[in-house]
Each structure stands twice: as structure tokens, then as C-alpha cells.
Design a protein around this ligand. Structure first.
Ligand code: FNR
Length: 338
């Protein structure tokens, strides 16, 4: 039996297969309100109909000033709940599980308003200079993640993923490239981890469901986090009962990245082996055979697919055909999927 099509359980939430729709910003909210639109409903539901096991939303802003763009999806207000609830109903009606990626853009926010970061350095010469966060700003942001978790629960999500990758706010705290603070949130790996630590604890106070964290496992810079730092963070997340580390890379500072099939899988495998925490592999995973190899060789527990699922919402069916495996078709498609 193909491992790609075996179920997996996280804290009582059973995902029917190992295929996850990777979070992907659609910049499709209108009027800067962060709300779900008909496009989002169609877009995510189509992947659920296509038999993806876990449909993860795009980066969803926990604070208005934490959006990447004015069109980002948001969860900073109770007004967002009804749209997100409708989205969850549609995903669940099509037998998929739903996840929400909670995010704050930090210094990578492309907004007119003030933007925030651990230290007052812009991402690059074309970027706006952020304001260094005070302890009060830090506490408010930790609270915003907690409030977003409460709203995620009220909206019916099965899984929460914290976005701590790609050079956005949490990653900016984790990385020595962007964190030059002199207080307890900067300096040593332990101090740089403190912001993520506090967010995880705050979320856990209000959320007892599965919790994933996406990190950048490689910063492609000699002064960035080392593999040792990354393994330290992974150990800490395991201690905090995080269910899975979603292993991405890059984005903290401009860097050239060598991209090839499965380019992020190696570190994903190392984290899984060294810390025994479940991992998700992502990045140029395009075929069923490639996904199956990653799972069978215990290099990851889940595979996240981004662009492959944008190109083909029925990638799951194509992968099953490739692996000679029969999956149950959505009732409406039974005659066509034979
Ligand atoms: C992304 N990616 C991304 N990652 C993330 O953590 N949150 C996000 O909101 C987004 N947004 C986003 C939008 C679009 C259009 C793309 C193509 C990508 C990264 C994505 O989740 C994934 O990690 C990468 O695309 C690599 O996987 P693939 O596309 O090679 O399968």
C-alpha cells in the first residue's frame, strides 16, 4: 500500500492521507478587510474535492499591521470568523481536514502604516525601515496570536500552523541576521527562540488541537542560523508539544538559493532523525513517486505541495494513478474517476 495514502493522526485529528496543500498567499481579500471572498471558497474547496488530506490556508494575519499586503487574509477581528467558518464547512463537507497558517509579516510588511521588527533594520535597501518592537509591542503580538487561535477554534479549523519561516516576524526573532536585540529576546539561541516559545505557550492556553510550526531550516547565509541552532529550536518545539515542524527555508535576507527537486528535504530528514519530531517536507515535490520515496524512507511524515496543486487541484488523483493505487472518488465524480 502506498504510504502517501495512509492516514495519520495528530492529537485525535485524523488526516486521510499525507498530502497537504501548502500555505499560499492569494492576495485576494478586498477593501483591505482581510475577509474570505468567493474566490477563497472556490480555491480551497476545489483542493478538498481533489482529495487533498489537509487544506491549509495561506498566511493569515493576526494583526492588521502584520499583513504582507493590504489584500492578505486576516484573523485580527471577530468579523473574520463567519467567512472562515463557511470555508471550514465547505472543506469538511468534502472530507478534508482544514488548517490555518497564523502569520505576522514583521519587517516584510508592504504597508503604508508603521511596520515592526525585533531590530530596526530593513530587509534590503528597497524596503521600509521597521520600528524596533518594545516589550509592550512583543506582549501585544503574543496576545494577538492567542486571540487568533481562539478565533481559529471558533471558525472550526482542525489544525493551527504558526508561520515562523521566510523572514517574517517570528523568523526575524529567531535569526541573528535580523535580531540584534540586547534584551531577553535577543542574543543567544535560547533568547532568540523566546518569542516563538511565548507564542506557542500562549496559543496552547486556548488551543488543545494539533499545532504545526513552519520554520526556515536554512538561511543560506554564513552568519544566519546554523544547523545546530535549527536542531536546538526543534528540540525546544518538541518539548513544547508541537506536533509537526513544516520544513521550509530562506527569506530572512536576500540570498541566492539553489533550487532543485526536493531541495529542502535533507534538513527535514535531519530534524526528524535527530529530534524524533514529526516533519513535513516541502519544496519542488511534484510527483507521486517522489512523495512516496520521501515518506517510505522516513524523511518526513507529510508532504506539502504548493505550485503542483496550483497547477492541478487533482494532483492527488494523478499521484494515485502513478502509484497504481485506487482512491475513493468524490461521489459526484465516481463515473469519471474510474
Ligand atoms: C507561497 N509560499 C508560502 N509559504 C508560506 O508559508 N505561507 C504563504 O502564505 C505562502 N505563500 C505562497 C504563495 C505562492 C503563490 C507560492 C507559490 C508560494 C511557499 C509555499 O508554501 C511552498 O513552501 C513553496 O512554494 C515551495 O513548495 P512548491 O511550490 O515547490 O511545492
Amino acid at each position: 500500500m502506498a504510504k502517501l495514502f495512509t492516514p495519520i493522526d495528530f492529537k485525535g485529528v485524523t488526516i486521510k492521507n499525507r498530502i497537504v496543500m501548502s500555505p499560499m498567499c492569494m492576495y485576494s481579500s478586498i477593501a483591505e478587510d482581510g475577509k474570505i471572498t468567493p474566490f477563497h471558497l472556490t480555491h480551497y474547496t476545489t483542493r478538498a474535492v481533489g482529495q487533498v488530506g489537509l487544506v491549509m490556508t495561506e498566511a493569515t494575519a493576526v494583526q492588521k499591521e502584520g499583513r504582507i499586503s493590504p489584500q492578505d487574509l486576516g484573523i485580527w477581528s471577530d468579523d473574520h470568523i463567519s467567512g472562515l467558518r463557511q470555508l471550514n464547512e465547505q472543506i469538511h463537507n468534502n472530507n478534508a481536514k482544514s488548517g490555518i497558517q497564523l502569520a505576522h509579516a514583521g519587517r516584510k510588511a508592504r504597508l503604508e502604516s508603521m511596520i515592526y521588527a525585533p531590530s530596526a533594520f530593513p530587509f534590503d535597501e528597497n524596503s521600509k525601515k521597521p520600528q524596533e518592537m518594545s516589550i509592550n509591542d512583543i506582549n501585544e503580538t503574543i496576545d494577538a496570536f492567542k486571540n487568533a487561535a481562539v478565533r481559529s477554534k471558533e471558525s472550526g479549523f482542525d489544525i493551527i500552523e504558526i508561520h515562523a519561516a521566510h523572514g517574517y516576524l517570528i523568523n526575524e526573532f529567531l535569526s541573528p541576521l535580523s535580531n540584534q536585540r540586547k534584551d531577553e529576546y535577543g542574543g543567544s539561541a535560547e533568547n532568540r527562540y523566546r518569542f516563538l516559545h511565548d507564542i506557542i505557550e500562549a496559543v496552547k492556553n486556548v488551543w488543545n488541537g494539533p499545532l504545526f510550526v513552519r520554520i526556515s531550516t536554512n538561511e543560506y547565509h554564513e552568519e544566519g542560523n546554523t544547523l545546530e541552532d535549527i536542531l536546538y529550536f526543534a528540540e525546544k518545539m518538541k518539548e513544547q508539544d508541537v506536533d509537526l515542524i513544516d520544513c521550509s527555508s530562506g527569506g530572512v535576507v536576500p540570498a541566492s538559493i539553489s533550487v532543485y527537486p526536493g531541495y529542502q528535504v535533507k534538513r527535514c530528514e535531519t530534524i526528524r532523525q535527530e529530534t524524533s519530531i514529526a516533519t513535513g517536507a516541502v519544496g519542488l515535490i511534484t510527483t507521486g513517486i517522489q512523495a512516496e520515496e520521501i515518506l517510505q524512507n522516513n524523511r518526513a511524515d507529510l508532504v506539502f505541495l504548493g505550485r503542483s496543486l496550483l497547477k492541478n487541484p487533482y494532483w492527488t488523483k494523478a499521484a494515485a494513478d502513478e502509484l497504481g493505487y485506487t482512491i475513493k472518488a468524490p461521489t459526484q465524480y465516481e463515473r469519471g474517476w474510474k
